[in-house]
Design a protein around this ligand. Structure first.
Ligand code: G3P
Length: 214
């Protein structure tokens, strides 16, 4: 299972890299706007410091606009994955980009049939948003199970990239279901490493070491 970091913050990326737990990065317009400044410089730096895939999102409404943007975004680095919205125009763009050999991440996926359409269009990744579904009292992880079943039924190579992750349980459930990737906020990455018994055990070892060496 791959872990991507869901951020446009360079310090968070460097910290996750140092822990050896980061295989790629996903951004979106909201995450880039949170950082302020020149988004192009920010995106370019992220593509340089990350070895794995970096998702950069198009904002055009038509397939032609998305394809033009995708070509410009690709210039940021060989690791760029074009994030395309799950719309009819987005599917057209996905198909064209697939034929051009560009990688895509179809985003804002909220139903298994949307994921199936994206896979048929040649998406490299689909991004189902589990946290936003949970937020409207739908079961986000049930969507991941359904997509896993559909993709396995037909051997689609499209990777399931679980997005909109809110807590460690979302990561655990993604792993148990067999999602290919989870894109995780830095705060949740930090929570994954923590356990109260680890802290308690460490404290005891330190106390005993003091006694031993006094
Ligand atoms: O990057 C897409 C997705 O992970 C966004 O999550 O927190 O805005 O629902 P969120």
């Amino acid at each position: 299972m791959e872990f991507f970091l869901d951020t446009a913050n360079v310090d968070e990326i460097k910290a996750a890299q140092a822990q050896g737990v980061m295989d790629g990065v996903t951004t979106n317009p909201t995450l880039l706007s949170r950082e302020g400044g020149d988004w192009k410089a920010q995106a370019s730096e992220i593509c340089k410091i990350v070895e794995g895939p970096v998702s950069l999102e198009v904002v055009g409404a038509t397939a032609d606009e998305m394809i033009r943007e995708a070509e410009a975004l690709s210039a940021f680095g060989e690791n760029v994955v074009i994030k395309v919205p799950m719309t009819s125009e987005g599917l057209v763009a996905t198909k064209v980009l697939y034929k051009k050999g560009l990688k895509t991440n179809v985003t804002l996926v909220f139903s298994p049939l949307q994921a199936l359409l994206a896979a048929k269009a040649g998406a490299t990744y689909v991004s189902p948003f589990v946290g936003r579904l949970d937020g409207i009292s739908h079961d986000g992880m049930e969507l991941i199970k359904q997509i896993r079943t559909i993709f396995d039924n037909y051997d689609f190579p499209t990777k399931i990239l679980v997005a909109s992750i809110r807590n460690p349980l979302h990561v655990l459930d993604s792993a148990l279901i067999g999602a290919d990737v989870a894109t995780i906020p830095y705060k949740v990455i930090c929570e994954l490493a923590k356990h109260p018994l680890t802290d308690k055990g460490l404290e005891q070892f330190n106390v005993d070491w003091e006694k031993l060496t006094k």
